[in-house]
Design a protein around this ligand. Structure first.
Ligand code: UN1
Length: 478
């Protein structure tokens, strides 16, 4: 029987009877972990602990914070195999993807260990002679972090590490399907010497997340998840003037132009649309292809998609794992049916996938001949389903790419410097990729989108200081 995971509150591992369990999506007979279900009492206790820990942590030498983060990063990197395996078993991405994500999380902690020591304020001359101005970046207080299941260690890391680096304290509520991976990070922060209350983690349903968002003791909320939940998070946070940052979905376009290197275009589309089972907010889901390359591209991509080996995430032969949950699998099937009914042509996939293991497998699916306004091109699927839209030329491609409610990542495959540069300037997205997949981002640079994909300050890298600190402007005359 699997262990019951503790919650981490005020420096204690708090045990409680299990109420929920996380299953291995590759083999649903395998229970990965059992977890207690927190509620209002856990939110109260965790926020109180984080508030109590804030004064000492924010006033500690930055070296103290840097050391904790650096040790956490080292421990994560040392345990990359073990945590990566747990992640793949619990989330369903392949083992190389699971280990890769774990390494990313470790590197994020080490990056922010450095950031803790770096000065982020400025010295400025006043317009008044003899007066000097300094800006300070000061800690904000307690951050409530609400994270999704699709990057069960990297996203908790990229919210927790900057929050702690700049002197804040944290209450993390990880996603329901992936508690064990989040607990591996919590355990490491504990081992790395985070003082009691600096980092707290509680398990529970969405209603517990809502309590965290509404709690007057929480100064800021960082949320990654769906657009529908995100809008409510922002509303509740703004009502009580808490700072808030949202990362939500995408419907990321990948433009393929006539002059593209065909092999590169196929590789970029395959990775962007199907790796990590398409369960990335940065996944390419609308592939916009100009006429002269369209048929060759669709045929070549379909061949690669059909050849993807789908299976148990931990099997070394597997190239694409299952969906994270039955519900998520069903969403993919529903959208395949919707696209079919709208007149899309299923080029490959589209059927159910029965494998020897009882798991939530979806056939990777490519749908051609879709029109830009069909639901399949407007709504996020979050699964291994991509559609193509045929366009005349670059201008039409850009217009289609910029259509719609989302603006997270946008890509173009071309050998033309002119079109590449024009797309970089004019794509309405927070991230633009030339000859690279729309998904797969570095950890030391800003991350975030335009339109309904994101709200508030950018995440990650040097952008994180914006959200996790507040500016004080000091004037002096002497
Ligand atoms: C990536 O593409 O490497 O939830 C990261 C997500 C994003 C992270 C994507 N916030 O998929």
């Amino acid at each position: 029987m699997s262990d019951v995971l503790p919650q981490y509150i005020g420096g204690e591992r708090v045990a409680a009877p299990p109420a929920d369990q996380s299953l291995n999506p590759s083999n649903t007979a395998d229970v990965v972990a059992r977890v207690p279900r927190g509620g209002a009492a856990e939110v109260e206790a965790a926020v109180a602990a984080a508030r109590a820990a804030f004064p000492a942590w924010s006033e500690a030498s930055p070296e103290v914070r840097a050391d904790v983060l650096d040790r956490a990063g080292d421990l994560i990197l040392q345990r990359r195999e073990q945590i990566g395996r747990l992640l793949s078993r619990e989330e369903g991405k392949t083992l190389p993807e699971g280990i890769g994500e774990t390494v990313r999380a470790g590197r994020i902690f080490k990056y922010f260990a450095g950031e803790a020591l770096r000065r982020h304020g400025q010295n400025l001359d006043s317009v008044r002679p003899g007066v000097e101005i300094q800006t300070y970046r000061q800690a904000v207080g307690v951050f409530g972090l609400i994270t999704p299941w699709n990057f069960p260690i990297a996203i908790p890391a990229w919210k927790t590490a900057p929050a702690l680096a700049f002197g804040n304290t944290v209450v993390l509520k990880p996603a329901g399907p992936t508690p064990a991976t989040a607990a591996a990070m919590a355990e490491i922060l504990w081992e790395a010497g985070a003082p009691p209350g600096v980092f707290n983690m509680i398990f529970g349903p969405g209603s517990m997340g809502a309590k965290l968002v509404e709690h007057p003791g929480v100064d800021g909320i960082s949320f990654t998840g769906s657009q529908s939940v995100g809008a409510g998070v922002a509303e509740a946070a703004v009502r009580r003037q808490a700072r808030v940052q949202l990362e939500m979905g995408g419907k990321n376009p990948l433009v393929v132009l006539d002059d593209a290197d065909l092999d590169r275009a196929v590789m970029v589309a395959l990775d962007g649309s199907f790796y990590a089972t398409g369960q990335r907010c940065t996944a390419s889901s609308r592939i916009i292809v100009t006429d002269a390359i369209h048929d060759r591209f669709v045929a070549a991509l379909a061949q690669k998609v059909a050849a993807l080996r789908v299976g148990d995430a931990l099997d070394p032969q597997t190239q694409m794992g299952p969906a994270v949950s039955e519900a998520q699998m069903q969403v993919s099937y529903d959208y395949i049916d919707i696209a079919r009914a709208e007149g899309g042509r299923i080029v490959t996939g589209g059927g159910r996938l029965e494998l020897p293991n009882p798991g939530w497998y979806v056939q990777p699916t490519l749908i051609a001949d879709t029109a830009k306004d069909m639901r399949i091109n407007c709504e996020e699927v979050f699964g291994p389903v991509a559609s193509t839209v045929r366009v005349r030329d670059y201008d039409e491609a850009l217009a289609v790419a910029n259509d719609g409610d989302f603006g997270l990542s946008a890509g173009i495959v071309t050998t033309s410097l002119k079109y590449a540069r024009d797309f970089q300037r004019r794509a309405k997205a927070g991230m633009v990729m030339v000859n690279l997949p729309t998904a797969g981002v570095d950890y030391h640079v800003p991350f975030g989108g335009t339109k309904k994909s994101s709200y508030g300050a950018r995440e990650q890298g040097f952008a994180a200081v914006e959200f996790y600190t507040q500016t004080k402007t000091a004037y002096s005359w002497a």
